[in-house]
Design a protein around this ligand. Structure first.
Ligand SMILES: Cc1cc2nc3c(=O)[nH]c(=O)nc-3n(C[C@H](O)[C@H](O)[C@H](O)COP(=O)(O)O)c2cc1C
Length: 178
């Protein structure tokens, strides 16, 4: 017998991974960083990524004003840090300081890369038409960096309320889909 699933829980099943960190840099402020799991790929190359950044977040203002960010993919070892970052605000907290993340200069954007991340994506906002309706920014990745020391690191995938799946076993199936 199938059971009714409350609509408020739908996201816990369909949410894509991995949980990422999104950094922004506003003039005369310390860099900010937030956790984000509501994102999706829109195009291969140039890579376009749709990001839902709540208008209540401090990051929202910098993203809308400066139209730049870095999307950093953290390893599973940083799960507690990621959760902490997603549970406080840059409006009153220096998150890079409190969570001891290493900000590194990016090449094309003012927002910092994160030294501890598996991959860092420097992004420019390309489309804001859905921001007012859905807080949805379409960003283009203009430069990507990989940390060779974290080549085999696992990512975390959000299932809601502090539950995360850690990326697991890889299988390979012959496929035409790239
Ligand atoms: C695992 C996790 C995933 C999150 N995903 C999102 C998201 O996709 N979009 C969003 O707006 N906030 C998301 N949040 C909440 C923000 O990270 C949180 O509101 C953060 O405090 C915003 O920081 P800021 O005010 O410094 O921008 C998430 C939080 C956690 C813990």
């Amino acid at each position: 017998m199938l059971k009714d699933l409350p609509l408020a829980k739908v996201y816990q099943f369909i949410e894509p991974g991995p949980v990422v960190l999104l950094t922004t840099q506003a003039a005369k402020e310390k860099p900010d960083v937030m956790a984000m799991s509501w994102h999706m790929m829109l195009e291969f190359e140039p890579p376009l990524i749709a990001c839902v950044v709540s208008a209540d977040n401090h990051s929202f203002k910098a993203l809308r004003k400066y139209r730049e960010c870095v999307i950093a993919i953290p390893p599973a070892e940083l799960a507690e840090t990621v959760t902490g970052i997603g549970n406080c605000t840059g409006a009153d907290t220096d998150k890079f300081g409190v969570y001891e993340l290493t900000p590194l200069p990016a090449k094309h954007v003012a927002a910092p890369l994160i030294g501890e991340a598996i991959v860092n994506l420097e992004c420019k906002v390309r489309d804001t038409r859905m921001v007012n309706a859905y807080n949805l920014f379409v960003v283009e990745c203009v430069q990507a960096w990989q940390n060779p020391k974290l080549k085999d690191a696992r990512t975390i995938h959000h299932h809601g309320y502090g539950d995360f799946a850690v990326d697991g076993e890889m299988i390979h199936i012959k496929s035409k889909m790239r």
